[in-house]
Design a binder for this molecule. Structure first.
Ligand SMILES: [Fe+2]
Length: 289
């Protein structure tokens, strides 16, 4: 009989829970298999973990280049750096040429079951599009922009030229697997290029309804020791309002080749145009979780 080194359990509608204590040396077979499991399931859940930052870095290094700590948030707290407001659906740094590849969050101090992060799968959604709609999307591109308001959809047709933005095919190729991904989001995607405004708005509304349909969403209620690792291109995420939810601390390690400020060295909150655009908003530059 083959020795079972860890237990795998599928999550609905997507994702995989893995039972394995990650603070112990992991089997070589686990390290070898992890990239394949990640590519297939896009979201991995490990429960009851206590990991140093270094150990979480070791885990993420199995999946890609780990972003250094300089200029990055490695601890997120509801009473700290990135605020406690709700976050509408988004993908971290989608408005740059190199969005984060993978994100991991470890719940180091939370009230069990109190807060949630939700996920939807743009690759599954693309694969499930009716043929006619998929054909229509095939030739279209959409523009995604940094949103200074992050609690709800506030971007629209007009994208000020001074805001970082990125135009990509509506069905973008996944950078690693090549799968088509419906890579547009409620928080960040302003318009479909080449369509009249009304048509663009209607098409985005239709696609958002597909992406965020309840049966497509996995909502994770955080408990202490939960570690989630997700594909930031295939999946997008949203978060509940954390007001009054203290403590809520997460240890975050991401796979990426460049940080926000390396990708956007010219971006400054002191730019008066950007400051005015973001007035009254709680801007979190890399969007917390
Ligand atoms: Fe985020």
């Amino acid at each position: 009989m083959r020795e079972v080194a860890w237990i795998e359990r599928e999550i609905r509608p997507f994702g995989l829970e893995i039972e394995l204590k990650l603070d112990q040396p992991w089997p070589e077979s686990f390290a070898a298999r992890l990239p394949e499991l990640f590519a297939r399931h896009k979201l991995l859940l490990f429960r009851n973990q206590r990991l140093s930052e270094e150990r979480q870095v070791e885990l993420m290094a199995l999946l890609g280049p780990v972003l250094g700590a300089a200029g990055e948030y490695r601890e997120l707290s509801s009473d700290g750096n990135l605020g406690d407001g709700p976050l509408a659906w988004h993908s971290d740094l989608a408005f740059t040429e190199k969005p984060f590849q993978a994100i991991s969050l470890l719940a180091t101090e939370v009230n069990d079951g109190q807060s949630w992060t939700a996920f939807t799968n743009g690759a599954d959604c693309a694969a499930a599009l009716p043929g006619e709609l998929a054909d229509r999307l095939a030739g279209l591109e959409a523009t995604t922009v940094i949103s200074m308001i992050q609690s709800h959809r506030a971007v629209g047709w007009d994208v000020p030229e001074f805001l970082p933005s990125q135009t990509r095919p509506l069905l973008a190729s996944h950078p690693k697997t090549g799968e088509p991904v419906l890579y547009i989001s409620e928080m960040q995607t302003a318009r479909v290029e080449g369509l009249p405004r009304e048509e663009s708005d209607a098409l985005l509304a239709d696609l958002f309804a597909r992406l965020y349909a309840a049966e497509r969403v996995y909502r994770h209620h955080w408990e202490n020791g939960d570690l989630l690792v997700w594909d930031n291109f295939a999946l997008q995420h949203s978060r509940c309002d954390l007001a009054g939810m203290h403590p809520r601390r997460m240890q975050r390690i991401v796979c990426a080749t460049k940080s926000f400020f390396e990708l956007l060295p010219q971006f400054s909150l002191d730019d008066p145009r950007i400051a005015a655009w973001g007035q009254g908003s709680e801007l979190a530059l890399s969007e917390g979780d």
